[in-house]
Design a protein around this ligand. Structure first.
Ligand SMILES: *Cc1c(COP(=O)(O)O)cnc(C)c1O
Length: 356
């Protein structure tokens, strides 16, 4: 018998989540964001479940090439464009759409030898001050690109720093309006939060990521609880050992938990080297043998301990859900001071993954 940890992926949930993103933005086309290896789920495992999308948005050429080699013929967007002018040859070869956020990229496009014009997403700095041209620089960047034979269709693109709240998009939308003045251009602005909650941001293409995987863009499951979105990944393991504590005994590294009374605890085959957050404190939710319980003490590299008080029937081999349909990844992340995005992306390679 091998170590009992496994992550299962729900292909039907991916399809359903994509359909919900579409319903939220019925007049727009959808870039399904599959950067970071599909938020840790594995592009090669999940892309077919998302095949009803209009395009895939990725970070790097490796992800784009993988999709092309598996047979994806529709658009692929490089969210941060090319990192080096040499990459334009590959962009040309695989017919990729590239973001352009800096002047050096315009120069590179001007001097490249391409077989056909490349489609461009010109990025506006919406105020986040990460990537993109200031609203006042957009018009001249746009005109420079428009003059190039190497440039095909052009779309204005922006990203929101804080699309979870209504106030968060007011200033950015003003800046985007200013940037778009006189251009009469297609636009792509909305991430998951804006797709769900701000119809005025939808325009031509929306770019949902986290909601496709069934977690909340706000970090709070409650914010998407009524939406029909369904968690895609379930991380399961089992109890591999039991301990009976007397009152006042310590548990795990640093004895970070002490029993108050006699207590039965279980040892689970899952640790931070599997991608479970090491910062998860005592009390982080976990499902043991179908019953909600909590972690106790520090998370080890390969194990963690759980309270068996609410589930006295549990024993060696009892099923444990670390996150999934019952224990929301948002709740585990919240307890550990992070977001579901980080936990998904950090799922370790040593965890076997199956899609069903
Ligand atoms: C990651 C990313 C998205 C998707 O963000 P979610 O919050 O996961 O929906 C959209 N656009 C850009 C530019 C991104 O980098």
């Amino acid at each position: 018998m091998s170590r009992p940890i496994v992550a299962t992926l729900d292909g039907a949930a991916l399809q359903q989540n994509l359909a919900i993103a579409r319903q939220a933005a019925p007049g727009s086309r959808v870039w399904s964001v599959v950067k970071a290896n599909a938020y840790g789920h594995g592009i090669e495992r999940i892309w077919q479940s998302l095949a009803a999308t209009d395009g895939f948005a990725v970070l790097n050429l490796e992800e784009a090439i993988l999709l092309r080699e598996r047979g994806w013929k529709k658009p692929i967007l490089l969210l941060e464009g090319f990192f080096n002018a040499d990459e334009l040859e590959t962009i040309d070869h695989y017919r990729l759409t590239t973001s352009v956020h800096s002047n050096w990229q315009i120069q590179a496009l001007a001097t490249a030898t391409l077989s056909a014009p490349v489609d461009i997403y010109l990025k506006v700095n919406s105020g986040m001050n990460r990537l993109g041209f200031l609203p006042t620089q957009v018009n001249s960047a746009w005109q420079s690109l428009r003059r190039l034979d190497n440039v095909g269709n052009m779309t204005l693109m922006a990203h929101f720093a804080e699309a979870e709240s209504h106030e968060g998009i007011i200033e950015p939308m003003k800046r985007i309006e200013q940037a778009a003045e006189g251009l009469n251009c297609a636009r792509s602005l909305a991430n998951s939060a804006a797709t769900l909650w701000h119809p005025q941001t939808h325009f031509d293409w929306v770019r949902p990521g986290i909601i496709l995987y069934g977690a909340s863009p706000s970090g709070q499951w409650a914010d998407i609880a009524g939406s029909g979105l369904k968690p895609v990944m379930t991380l399961h393991s089992e109890i591999i050992a039991l301990q009976n504590l007397k009152a006042g005994e310590g548990v795990g590294y640093g004895y970070r938990y002490h029993s108050r009374a006699a207590q039965r605890i279980g040892v689970v085959a899952c640790g931070y080297a599997d991608g479970y957050p090491r910062h998860a404190p005592t009390g982080t939710p976990v499902l043991v043998d179908g019953v909600r319980s909590q972690t106790l003490g520090a998370i080890s590299m390969d194990m963690l301990m759980v309270d068996l008080t609410p589930c006295p029937q549990a024993g060696i081999g009892s099923a444990v859900e670390l996150w999934g349909n019952d224990v929301k990844i948002d709740d585990v992340a919240h307890a550990a001071g992070t977001v579901g995005y980080e936990l998904m992306c950090a799922l370790a390679r040593r965890v076997p993954v199956v899609i069903r």
